[in-house]
Design a protein around this ligand. Sequence first.
Ligand code: SAH
Length: 278
Amino acid sequence: MQSVNENQRKAGRISLVGAGPGDPDLLTVKAMKAINSADLIFFDQLVSAEIRALFPQGKPAFYVGKQKNKHSFTQEQINRLIVLKAQQGLHVVRLKGGDPFVFGRGGEELLQAASAGVEVDVVPGITAASGCTTAASIPLTHRGLSQACTFITAHAEKDLTLDWSALARLDQTLVIYMGISRASFIRDQLLCAGMKASTPIAIIENGCRQNQREILGCLNDLEVLVEVHAVTSPAIIVVGDVVLFKAQLQRAQASASAHVSGSDDDDVGEALLSRPCA
Ligand code: SAH
């Protein structure tokens, strides 16, 4: 074990690491390497219990997320804390749900570290929009259904300054982070901006976790669906025709199981597979 003096002599550093949406199998190899080599880990609320269980035994790991009725760290305190620990010569891993740079305030932590002259690297993670929709078999883009996709947050420190008419007008997929407690506001804004009440929506709660739930419906019912199904955080709201893909998939699966094996299609598959590679 190193003495405090030795630690002070070696240069510390910070790794801002994305932990993905919750499934430990979706952690990157690079994230796992950082976790293993860290002297200490600061993690937040979105880092699932399954991922925390992968922290090496005895590794100092501290929760710095929000806690109801208890003292929570402010973002400024976290920024200062990670820099301070790195300046003491430690390799600090700041582990954050999803990707550190998608509504994760990773940019602020990076700037703080950089301006203190501390070495810092950022490890990307799978963001909720991507991980949760894919796990729910909803493609973010799909030929004929959506050619673009926008991630938005329904939560802002001051006022939300989103251009709802632009969001409603573009024929695209919208993924809304932190939107559950503002479901009625989101619905009203999109409807007022001209989006059709029948626009398909999906709510994905605890995406990429064992308790993942998918609730499908239409924009008009967004608030009711959140209430009736008692949706809790973390959850994303997906708005757009890509949600219809799920029905298309179910039809394809149903017709496949009704399909008699040994059909012409199977012959085509066999012929393709037996062709020599170019
Ligand atoms: N940096 C994170 C997002 C942090 S904001 C990322 O890239 O994913 C927190 C919001 O992310 C939550 O309120 C929720 O809207 C969404 N979120 C994160 N993990 C999620 C999960 N496993 N399932 C559903 N939504 C999730």
